[in-house]
Design a protein around this ligand. Structure first.
Ligand SMILES: Nc1ncnc2c1ncn2[C@@H]1O[C@H](COP(=O)(O)OP(=O)(O)OP(=O)(O)O)[C@@H](O)[C@H]1O
Length: 238
């Protein structure tokens, strides 16, 4: 069974179609890459999937259940969690307290939330920063904190919005390994927006390409890189 079905999703902002009749499915455990030029509609689609915007048309179906109209907190409780392109941790709180905010979606116990948070802080390898103020972290560690925070919500589907943006090659490699480790554990399905083509080719089982709000192509990475329409719309414009 598909864990996520996107059925003819459109999102209009006035006269602008940020998403236009987008459809695809994701199976459990896979990594779906979502690519496209700037302004193609990738983040808007994340927003429609996770309840930040209601789609103007179409349906988002998660584990067989229609999600349209549910608020982000309800969507999160059902098992979807997303990161934000612009990372904004709670700057005056420590790293562990930031991650606990995610864990508190699953438990009312501060003690349990702290344990859950520390577990995810270890997964992203930020133990040495656990008691630092989040506002003082460099960008690479902020991105890891963002991932720990969403992992602490215990998601079934993780949506990562440019988690490698602004990172140096070594930091990007750490995030790639983290995404692949999450996949290997087999419990979490992932959708990843990323501009780094080499990274997206390495991690994705399948890729959806958006262009001007529409789905331009979908397929395995090797087919996407050799698709002439994709090369013209996206790779050619690099
Ligand atoms: N809240 C909004 N109100 C009006 N227009 C919006 C809104 N959010 C996004 N848009 C527009 O919708 C289009 C798609 O934007 P979106 O951020 O989804 O693209 P993207 O593919 O994520 O781009 P990028 O790679 O630059 O992050 C753009 O033209 C953008 O200006």
């Amino acid at each position: 069974m598909a864990i996520l079905e996107i059925k003819h999703v459109s999102k209009l902002f006035g006269g602008l179609a940020a998403n236009s009749d987008v459809s695809f499915e994701m199976t459990e455990g896979m990594i779906m890459g979502l690519i496209g030029p700037n302004g193609a509609g990738k983040t808007t689609l994340f927003n429609c999937i996770t309840g930040y915007y209601p789609p103007t048309k179409g349906e988002v179906i998660f584990e067989g259940r229609k999600m349209n109209g549910l608020q982000p907190d309800a969507v999160c409780k059902l098992g979807m969690a997303r990161t934000w392109q612009k990372v904004r941790p709670l700057a005056k709180m420590t790293v562990v307290d930031n991650v606990m905010v995610g864990a508190l979606c699953r438990t009312n116990s501060i003690k349990v939330a702290r344990e859950m948070a520390m577990e995810q802080i270890r997964v992203v390898r930020l133990e040495h920063r656990a008691n630092f103020l989040a506002g003082g972290l460099p960008i690479g560690e902020r991105k890891k904190l963002e991932v720990a925070r969403v992992l602490a919500t215990n998601p079934k589907l993780l949506l990562l919005d440019e988690v490698m943006g602004g990172l140096n090659p070594a930091e990007s490699e750490e995030i790639i390994q983290l995404i692949l480790d999450i996949k290997q554990k087999g419990k979490i399905t992932q959708m990843v927006i990323e501009h780094d083509m080499k990274a997206i080719m390495r991690i994705s089982d399948r890729i959806v390409v958006l262009n001007s709000g529409e789905k331009l192509a979908e397929g395995e990475p090797k087919d996407i890189v050799s698709n002439p329409e994709v090369i013209t719309a996206y790779l050619g414009s690099e």
